[in-house]
Design a protein around this ligand. Structure first.
Ligand SMILES: [Zn+2]
Length: 305
């Protein structure tokens, strides 16, 4: 099999495009092949492992029944109690723990991913690992039962998932360069992806997880000054065309947009703002931007041993 030029590991369906959509557009525009591997593409289990999942499914049932893409999801951000309270009236009519909703959501997200990557000229591959909200330990207890737990340290009982991930990664198609999340924001699925990938791939490059990079201090937490000083950065400059391609591709993840963006204009503005943030970081590190660069994405490499 001819190796792919680039292989991106995406913990969830939208991560690689949110963080690396501009560079993927540049690669494929240059005739290079790109495979985006989404880790948590598995169908939810037949029984809700926690009240959080049951609650999320009720919310998704409500939103799927209404206009697609108008709900907030907890895939990336912890919910807050006031929002929970505000959401309650809209839960009427959804059966508690209705798992067909979970399956419907995953099916929708697979379709959105195919559409997004088609826009970028990249190929999708969906693995069937479960999102952390569905994962259980040997005693069938949810490993991450509460909305905030998905941002906690990895549960030691999740070690089996990391071992299975590493095995799955080792069986992926070959690629000249592999990219994995830095883990900005500490989402356990991002941390598990990184940890497993580090066991398998030599000299990977790490991408800055957006939208977590938009939180002040989050990038520094993932890449503290002593690490940052030893690691090397590579900056991918984006012109208007690459930024537009990224923006269009992110727009294909319709079910997730309301979690992050108020509307299409807000989406474009926020992606541009984070691209400018990365560009400013690069300039601060002494890079020289080409005149056409309007934004950037940055990649990191650990010191070679
Ligand atoms: Zn994610």
């Amino acid at each position: 099999m001819k190796p792919y030029d680039h292989l991106y590991l995406s913990p969830h369906f939208d991560d690689a495009v949110l963080s690396c959509g501009g560079q993927i557009a540049r690669h494929t525009a240059a005739g290079q092949s790109v495979l985006v591997v989404t880790i948590t593409g598995g169908d939810p289990p037949a029984e809700a492992p926690s009240d959080t999942v049951a609650m999320l499914h009720q919310r998704w049932a409500t939103s799927l029944a209404a206009v697609p893409g108008t709900f907030r999801s907890a895939w990336h951000f912890p919910t807050n109690p006031q929002e929970e309270e505000a959401a309650k009236p809209s839960l009427e009519g959804a059966a508690p723990g209705d798992l067909s909703v979970g399956a419907a959501i995953v099916a929708q997200r697979r379709a959105e991913d195919r559409a997004a990557l088609a826009l970028l000229g990249a190929e999708p591959l969906h693995l069937s690992f479960l999102d952390c909200i569905y994962r259980c330990g040997p005693d069938a207890e949810a490993l991450y039962p509460g909305p905030a737990d998905m941002f906690s340290p990895l549960n030691p009982a999740d070690e089996a998932t990391i071992a299975a991930l590493a095995e799955a990664f080792a069986a992926l198609p070959p690629a000249h360069q592999v990219y994995l999340p830095l883990g900005v924001g500490n989402h356990v699925d991002h941390l598990a992806t990184r940890r497993a990938a580090e066991r398998v791939f030599a000299a990977p490059r790490y991408y800055e997880d957006y939208p977590y990079t938009a939180r002040p201090g989050a990038l520094t937490e993932a890449l503290p000054p002593e690490t940052r000083a030893a690691w090397s950065a590579a900056t991918v400059w984006l012109d208007e065309a690459a930024l537009a391609a990224k923006t269009a591709a992110v727009g294909a993840y319709a079910s997730q947009l309301s979690s992050f963006f108020a509307n299409a204009d807000d989406l474009a503005a926020q992606l541009r703002a984070d691209g400018r943030r990365a560009l400013a970081d690069a300039l601060a590190d002494g890079d020289t931007a080409p005149a056409w660069a309007v934004a950037a994405e940055r990649l990191w490499a650990a010191p070679s041993s």
